[in-house]
Ligand binder design. Sequence first.
Ligand SMILES: Cc1cc2nc3c(=O)[nH]c(=O)nc-3n(C[C@H](O)[C@H](O)[C@H](O)COP(=O)(O)OP(=O)(O)OC[C@H]3O[C@@H](n4cnc5c(N)ncnc54)[C@H](O)[C@@H]3O)c2cc1C
Length: 205
Amino acid sequence: MRAKLKVELIAYTPNPVEVCGKAAGVSYDKEEKEDYGTFIRRIVAFGHESVLEHASFTFRVEGISRALSHQWVRHRICSFTQRSQRRVDEGRGRYVLPPLDYLKNGEELKRKMEEFIQQSFKLYGELTAAGVRREDARYILTNATETKMYWTANVRELRHFFRLRLHKESQWEIRQMARQMFDLVYQIAPPLFEDLKRLRETGEP
Ligand SMILES: Cc1cc2nc3c(=O)[nH]c(=O)nc-3n(C[C@H](O)[C@H](O)[C@H](O)COP(=O)(O)OP(=O)(O)OC[C@H]3O[C@@H](n4cnc5c(N)ncnc54)[C@H](O)[C@@H]3O)c2cc1C
């Protein structure tokens, strides 16, 4: 069955703009401000980014492929927890397919991909039924196999992730996920992410 992308914001530092703003204020011995938004925009503009490490966001994501998760876990200054292919039976057969809408015969090729993926799940079921451990049977599964993740990142790392993964050069699936994450955090703390809005909309820095 095709999986559907779902991105949820599970938790975040309360009042993230104020927290980062107050942290930045310590540098100038002036923690109390009337307008933390304006202050934080200025701080972000001149690159005093370590203050952004004082606020973090936690996401839960499902309906993504192992192809996406492999790219995502390359980001190191953050925390991941992923559905385990050792502990969980993958026989439910959920997967993600690329759009292929840039090809005239894209739909036909997608059907072929889908058949192949379904065959891999079928073989997986045969192997586990025959006593092969899940950790071994998973070797025949494709990158399309769905996974689920929890992810926690501070604002500095989140912005770095957005800079790379909202970019038009980024792969479509991780970019689609990054866009949804951006929309969730932008709603909560515009001053922390405002300068990346254009990148979110156009893929251009
Ligand atoms: C469009 C695109 C194409 C890519 N193609 C490939 C590819 O073909 N092959 C491939 O292997 N990867 C590829 N990558 C992955 C890329 O090389 C990075 O591994 C990934 O984007 C994570 O970036 P990062 O290391 O900056 O981020 P993070 O790990 O989140 O690190 C954040 C920042 O912390 C600092 N940092 C972290 N660790 C260290 C360290 N050990 N030493 C010094 N500074 C550190 C750096 O400033 C880094 O930018 C691609 C990424 C993108 C966006």
